[in-house]
Design a protein around this ligand. Structure first.
Ligand SMILES: Cc1ncc(COP(=O)(O)O)c(C=O)c1O
Length: 380
């Protein structure tokens, strides 16, 4: 069995979550929108319970939750939905603001809007991955409609200062969207306290199933649906609700919150040991801010080695990534935003620890990097 250290790409589904989902695949297959018979009412009740669990996890009321197929769809709904609603009501503000280190599921819809009548500002981040608050304040010009800043970066784990960003947005009357796919279930997140108007999350990043997520919307935030159909989710997202996946998402959020603190403490200690032992090899640089960072994340660059040869050696013993699982082989735009060149980005390793990670896994990772470095740096 390979050592799995790629939990930012996806987490294993918690067996308790799989068990919670099971009856909704086979025993009760009713459509919760049918309403006229008991199985449908039971399915609708299960969806309500899951909705309440997701909402509670973010400290909001159930009616904030719009179930989607994942964070990609939630981001698209938030960004394109806010923009379309603004057009419909004749809102003159057209500027959208984001960071260069955002996930492609934010950058792509914003680039699309930029080509279709909106104006996009993409702010740089510092070498540590953090946004400069003064620069952000300057970018929120009077024509700014919405800011999208992620909670935790999927490649370097960097945590942006959400509370001060939220306060700034509130002060300027700018809507604040936060892609929290890598943060929910991993760090404390109270949506209202942080001034977040729209928040995206994903099941498979928090030990739940793939193919389900949610957009949480502060009541009253104008949003145009991006998927029209049967009027589900208050008319904001048409399509039959995937009851088993939604039940799984609710169970996953509850489960991730239940062990969050213990997990963060344990994985933080393992991650710190991993970093200390890798740093001791020499010629290893850490990417992203070392403290404003997810506890289970470590991203490093190995100096003086070829990235593709490095990853060919590493993948014999462990599953790690050189960047985002969604970037499909192209060099990491996140590491480029930190100032790394193509070669350094290619020779970078993202370690994502998870619930099942043990001290023995860290030993395997350190040995794998040590052996690979010895081979690749050996004089020919
Ligand atoms: C920060 C971030 N946003 C969005 C996504 C996309 O999520 P999903 O796979 O649920 O569409 C990911 C997944 O890699 C992510 O890390």
């Amino acid at each position: 069995m390979l050592t799995y250290l790629d939990h930012h790409a996806s987490t294993p589904c918690d067996p308790a979550v799989v068990a919670a989902m099971a009856p909704w695949w086979t025993e009760n297959a009713a459509n919760p929108s049918s309403r006229l018979h008991r199985p449908a009412l039971e399915a609708a009740a299960a969806v309500d319970i899951a909705r309440a669990r997701v909402a509670e996890g973010l400290g909001v009321a159930s009616d904030a939750v719009i179930f989607t197929s994942g964070a990609t769809e939630a981001n698209n709904l938030a960004l394109r939905g806010v923009a379309e609603a603004a057009l419909e009501r004749g809102e003159p503000r057209r500027r959208l603001v984001t960071l260069a280190s955002e996930h492609r599921a934010v950058l792509e819809p914003l680039a699309w809007l930029d080509r279709h009548g909106f104006a996009l500002t993409v702010l740089p981040v510092g070498a540590d991955g953090l946004v400069d608050p003064a620069r952000l304040a300057d970018a929120l010009e009077p024509d700014a409609l919405m800011l999208s800043v992620m909670a935790a970066n999927n490649e370097i784990g960097v945590l942006q200062p959400l509370a001060s960003i939220g306060a700034l947005c509130r002060d300027r009357g700018v809507l604040f969207h936060c892609d929290a796919a890598q943060a929910v279930g991993h760090i404390p997140l109270a949506m209202a306290d942080l001034g977040i108007d729209l928040l995206s999350l994903s099941g498979h990043k928090l030990y739940g199933p793939k193919g389900v997520g949610a957009l949480l919307r502060r009541p009253g935030v104008p949003l145009a649906p991006q998927q029209l159909g049967g009027g589900q989710e208050g008319g904001l997202r048409g399509g039959t609700l995937p009851v088993p996946l939604i039940v799984g998402l609710g169970a996953a959020v509850a489960g991730a919150l239940a062990d969050r603190e213990e997990r963060a403490g344990r994985l933080g200690a393992l991650r710190d040991r991993l970093w200390a032992e890798l740093a001791a090899l020499g010629g290893v640089r850490r990417n992203g801010h070392p403290r404003h960072c997810l506890p289970h994340s470590l991203n490093v660059t190995i100096e003086g080695v070829d990235g593709s040869r490095l990853h060919r050696l590493l993948r014999r013993v462990m599953a790690v990534s050189s960047g985002s699982a969604c970037s499909q082989g192209s060099p990491s735009h996140v590491l480029a935003a930190l100032g790394l060149d193509r070669r350094a980005a290619g020779a970078s390793i993202r370690f994502g620890l998870g619930r099942g990670t043990t001290a023995a896994d860290i030993d395997v990772a350190v040995a794998a990097v040590r052996d690979a470095v010895a081979e690749l740096r050996a004089p020919v």
